[in-house]
Write a protein that binds this ligand. Structure first.
Ligand code: GLN
Length: 469
């Protein structure tokens, strides 16, 4: 038996029965990391000895490098934080440790989670285990690639506009973006605070339910955390979709959608229909404005959140003749080009004279998008659509054209704008052998329902192939 071929549920059950020790799991995963990491580059920091020292009793978890971990650097894949050692654990990490999970390592990402390919990491790009000439998606590309390559059985990512779901789709794994407020953001380095949410990346839907159990719930340290108690998400894992109303949002099947992706997603929906679900077309009419609104709101919040990196309080400090030069030198050297672009866009959108025209209008669009979903969820239980308009693209293909990169997020940003939960489940390989993701979107706090539908779909689909690396 190979540790890296176990599902999270299998490994957890074996640990429980005493058939396996945490140290064996750690060594098994680290053997795998040693075998494949040179090709994949999913991690920014690994340390077998430390993980073995802190082994705990459960499966260790790979953590995206924008989630604070005591004892491990938290760099956000930025030169700005290249030597930042947080003095505390994020709430999700503290919860994991309390339940017996060690941190397995810190995973690569786009700098400050801004990007869709992990190519904007200041250190190196991560490669897609299905084809190492292709991107793993982003910004949680390291987390998704690690799980796909068997270097981790579970990873945490963060999703501001698709950063869990897009890499999950590109890497053929499962990714869940929970309802805004369902999982604590305390200790997640802020990108766009009204959109950011932490969630799990795993190989199966059952694994995802298990991992969500570990991290979901109220946290007094996060004022946006929801007070509702989190259910046991494993109780939703019934392969039953009889009578379930599935909506196909017309706007998510239009121009720009790759035909193989469309066909695969529609075939997956037909499998749900065969299981007794009722499928109908629905409309979310304001979808066409979502990307524009997102790329105003997210940079606006980012420009404010990233103001703290001034060379005085955190991270990198470049000297200067006076304080203004110190700020300016630090920020010029510490941030990469995409982060600078976002800060400039956001500052512009918030500046006097433009605030109403850009930021305020974007907020109005956000309300309209939220209302579109409210209306549609009066008629259907879940929405089904593609996670991304294409499969994983080639390294370098979109780095020179930010607009092309942003278009990868067209089916994911609406969910963050509306604060909803969404699950990406692999549904097929295209003619080139690259994974395609089915996205399921639910109303607030419907994580359980999404996991149920995802699980039912997975049972109907059968086991998903693994990349040969
Ligand atoms: N690609 C989107 C962006 O660059 C989403 C990133 C994310 O979800 N963190 O903003």
């Amino acid at each position: 038996m190979q540790i890296h071929e176990l599902t999270l549920v299998e490994a957890t059950d074996m640990l429980e029965r005493g058939e396996l020790s945490a140290a064996e799991v750690i060594n098994g995963l680290y053997d795998r990391i040693e075998a494949v990491e040179e090709k994949i580059k999913a991690f920014l920091e690994i340390d077998r000895e430390r993980v073995l020292r802190e082994a705990g009793t459960q499966v260790p978890v790979a953590i995206k490098d924008n989630i604070c971990t005591r004892g491990w650097k938290t760099t956000c894949a930025s030169r700005m934080l290249a030597n930042f050692h947080p003095p505390y654990d994020a709430t999700v990490v503290a919860r994991l440790r309390r339940q017996g999970h060690a941190v397995l390592g810190k995973t690569n990402m786009d700098e400050f989670a801004m990007g869709s390919s992990t190519e904007y990491s200041a250190f190196y790009p991560t490669r897609n285990p299905w084809d190492t000439e292709r991107v793993p998606g982003g910004s949680s590309g390291g987390s998704a690639a690690a799980v796909a390559a068997g270097e981790a059985l579970v990873a945490l990512g963060s999703d501001t506009g698709g950063s869990i779901r897009l890499p999950a789709a590109f890497c053929g794994v499962v990714g869940l973006k929970p309802t805004y407020g369902r999982v604590s953001r305390f200790g997640l380095v802020a990108y766009a605070s009204s959109l950011d949410q932490i969630g799990p990346i795993t190989r199966t839907v059952a694994d995802c339910a298990l991992a969500l159990n570990w991290i979901a719930g109220h946290d007094p340290l996060d004022s946006t955390s929801l007070p509702e108690e989190a259910p046991d998400y494993r109780t939703f894992l019934r392969p039953d979709v009889k009578g379930l109303r599935v909506g196909l949002p017309r706007e998510y099947f239009g121009e720009g959608l790759d035909s193989e992706v469309r066909d695969a997603v529609l075939a997956a929906v037909r499998q749900l229909e065969a299981g007794g679900a009722k499928v109908e077309e629905v409309s979310l009419p304001h979808t066409e404005y979502a990307l524009a609104a997102y790329y105003l709101i997210a940079p606006a919040e980012a420009s404010s959140n990233l103001a703290r990196y001034d060379g005085v309080r955190y991270g990198l400090r470049a000297e200067g003749e006076d304080v203004v030069q110190l700020f300016s030198n630090t920020r010029s050297r510490g941030f990469g080009p995409e982060v600078k672009r976002r800060i400039m866009l956001g500052t512009y959108a918030l500046s006097a004279g433009y605030y109403d025209a850009y930021y305020l209008n974007a907020l109005r669009v956000r309300t309209l998008i939220r209302r579109d979903f409210d209306r549609v969820f009066e008629k259907v239980d879940v929405l089904a659509c593609p996670t991304s308009p294409t499969v994983a693209f080639r390294l370098g293909e979109k780095t020179d054209d930010p607009m092309q990169m942003y278009l990868s997020d067209i089916y994911t940003v609406t969910v963050n704008l509306a604060g909803l939960p969404a699950l990406s489940v692999p549904c097929a390989l295209n003619s080139e052998g690259l994974p395609i993701g089915l996205q399921l979107i639910g109303p607030p706090l419907a994580e359980g329902r999404l996991l149920q539908v995802g699980y039912a779909y997975e049972e109907a689909r059968g086991p998903f192939p693994r990349p040969r690396i």
